[in-house]
Write a protein that binds this ligand. Sequence first.
Ligand SMILES: Nc1nc2c(ncn2[C@@H]2O[C@H](COP(=O)(O)OP(=O)(O)OP(=O)(O)O)[C@@H](O)[C@H]2O)c(=O)[nH]1
Ligand SMILES: [Mg+2]
Length: 299
Amino acid sequence: MKSEKKCGYVAIVGRPNVGKSTLLNYVLGMKLSITSRKPQTTRHQITGIKTEGDVQAIYVDTPGIHQRRNTAINKYMNRAATSVLSDVDVLLFVVQALRWTDEDKAVLEKISQTRATVVLVVNKIDKLEDRNELYPYIEKLNALYDFKEVIPVCALQGKGLDVVESVVEKYLPVGEHIYEQDQVTDRSVRFLSSEIIREKLVRELGQELPYTTTVEIERFEEQDGLTRIHALIFVESTGQKAIIIGNKGSRLKSISTSARKDIETLIGDKVFLKCWVKVREGWSNDERSLRGLGYSNDY
Ligand SMILES: Nc1nc2c(ncn2[C@@H]2O[C@H](COP(=O)(O)OP(=O)(O)OP(=O)(O)O)[C@@H](O)[C@H]2O)c(=O)[nH]1
Ligand SMILES: [Mg+2]
């Protein structure tokens, strides 16, 4: 008997910092979406495609849905996350084991209005002292919504993600594949390079510089086995610029070096990366600046 092809969209949603991007990267077996200890790391929809045999799952990682609606960039991020909800086949609603906050509640309210199959993914179970603690927690959440399945996982170590993948497969619709077998994302290496640089900024800058940086790739050229990248790091004040550059440029250098290594792994090519820091006051709260810097909700 000829088996049927399956294909569909799977959104990964939840409040900031629950491990959505970590989950996507593990499933794909590569670092596609940037991650950090800090909430609101992901700012855009990131598509990760996994094709195995007859099954193509098109995952969409999303920014954490949050309650800070004060600035234009925060609104952009919530739109980027919520706009996928209505067009997907499966929703992986990611929460952190034993934590249930007002932000999680608000995400569930949005999810309740969709027609997708909703699967509850309870992440970070490695943090539990006793697995039995999970039962009352899951019971509480099950009383709030009729989840199709509930799967405890540890995204960091990949525990339980095989179950997630087989549940996704079960609920994907029958259909022809949309992408080629070996395509992993619809994002360009240029975009992914800017994200990698942003990851290093978020990770290296600790609490000093929360959400005020963004990265634009000014030049991206491949020539004779070397990819030359010129990147502009935008900040909102000269004080922030000084923090990023560091003593005699040491911090910017270490950020650039670690970004370069990750970009080389991504593209499998030698990379020359040069980063400049520029001040653009108020960019994160200005719709026009945001659009100019690649924050556009037209997907
Ligand atoms: N202990 C533990 N930590 C995890 C696990 N999964 C993710 N983390 C950590 O949680 C933090 C947040 O992970 P991300 O994947 O960036 O979370 P996110 O939900 O994508 O966050 P936003 O993009 O900000 O919405 C990182 O420090 C991860 O290493 C897990 O299973 N166990
Ligand atoms: Mg993320």
